[in-house]
Design a protein around this ligand. Sequence first.
Ligand code: G3I
Length: 431
Amino acid sequence: MNTKNKGNLAKILCILIGVAMLAVDMFAFVGCTKNSESTLSPTPTEAVVDNKPNTDVATNTGAAPETGTETGSQTGSETVTTGGEDVDTLYPVNACESIFGTRLCENFADDFYVGTCVSYSLTQNETATKVIVEQFNSVTCENEMKPDHLLDKTASKLNGEITVKFPNDTVSMLNWAKDHNLKMRGHTMVWYSQTPNWIFYEDFDTSKSLVSREVMLERMESIIRQEFEYVQENYPDMFYAWDVCNEVIADEGGLRDCLWKQTIGDDYIEQAFTFARKYCGDIKLFINDYNCYVGNKRTTLLSVVKDLAEKGLIDGVGMQSHLDVGYPSVGLYTATMKMFAAFGVEVQITEMDITTDNKTEKGLNVQGQMYGDIMKQVVDWDRDGTVDCTSVTIWGLYDKISWRSSQVPTLFDNIMLPKPAYNALMEITKG
Ligand code: G3I
C-alpha cells in the first residue's frame, strides 16, 4: 500500500473511532495543575490572531495584532469559540495511536530536524504527545522560554541583579522533551516583545530612569549566560539551536526601535551574539525574523547577517515563515533562503505556517501544494549543498490551536487529522 492509501485508510479509521468516542464525550482534560510560578488555565490560552495574509507580523507594542477571539479558559469537553467558529473539544481523541503509520520526521531524517511548537498544556496531553513523538523530532516552546517567562522581577530586586528563573511550567516542558528524546530550539533571548520593561530601568523600577549602556550590557550578558548555563547543566545536548535575537529588523527596513537599542545602542545585536558565543557551548546561534523576503527588510537583514557571519558570531538565519497561499511566491521565498545560505550560514525554517481563507478541498490542496513546493526545493538544495537547512518547524501542531487558527495554517486539521499539506510533505521522495 502506498503512503497516500495508507493515509486515507488511517484517516477513515480515525474518523470512525473519533465519532464513537466523541459521542460518549469520553474525553476530559485532566492533566494540568497550576504551578507556583505562573497562572495556567487548564488548556492552551494562545491568542488566536486572525491576521491578514502576508503580514506575518508583530507590532511594536509588544504583541501581535489580535482581531480574533481568544479561546479563553476551556476544558476538554466544552464547546469553545475560536476566531468566531464553534469547535468541539480542544484535544480530540480521534487522533488515534500510531495514527498515520508514517512519520514526517523520518521522511527527512537525512536532511534536517522536523519540529512543532508546543505549549505547556499540549505537553500535558497524552494524545497530543503521541502525535508529536510520532511525527516530530524537535520542539520549540511557543511562549514558555520567552523573556517575560524567564525573567524574575522579585528575585532580581531581591538579588540586586537580573535573575533568570525557569518556572515550573517551562521546567516541566523541558523534562517532557527530554523524556521523549526530543531535541529543542531555544526561543528567544533578545526581543522587543514579550520582554518586561522593568529590566531596562534603574533598580528594576519603571518609575526610575533607564539604565546606562554599561549596566544594560551587564544585564544582557547575565541573562544570556544564565539561560545557557541552566540548560547546559540540566539538559546537556538537548538544545541544538537558539534564537538569540528575534525580530530585530523593522518592517520598513533598518533596525527596529526598541529598549534594547535605546539603552545599548545600534550595536546591541552584535553585543548579544558576542555574549551568546561566549556561553553557548555547542548550541548554534540564530537570528530569527518574519517577512525575511520583503523589500527593505530583506536588504537590512542580509547586511546584518553578512556582518555577523564575517565576524563568526552567528551560525544561522531563522526564517519564521508565516506565509499565505497568496504571498510570497515559492520562488521569492526560496530565492531569499539561498541569499542567506550564500553567506555560509545554516538556514532554519523556524515557525512555518501557511494561511488560506479557502477551506474547501480545493483550497486545502492549494495550501498543500505550496507546502510541498517549498519543501521540495529546500530538500533539493539541502542535498546538493546549495543551502544548509538544518531544521524545519511548523508553528502549531494542528489548526485549532494555531495562533492563526481561523485560516487553518498547519498540517493537521481541527481534529488532528492529516491534511493535504501533510501528505504533500510525505510525498517528497528520497533520491
Ligand atoms: O499566558 C496568558 C494567560 O495567562 C492569559 O490568561 C491569556 C489571556 O490574555 O494570555 C496568555 O498569554 C498569551 C500567550 O500567547 C499564551 O497563550 C498572550 O496573550 C498572547 O499574546 C500569546 O501569543 C503568542 C504570541 O507569539 C505573542 O507574541 C502566540 O501564542 C505565539 O504563537 C506567538 O509566536 C510568535 C513567535 O514567538 C515569534 N514570531 C511570531 C509568532 C506569532 O506571533
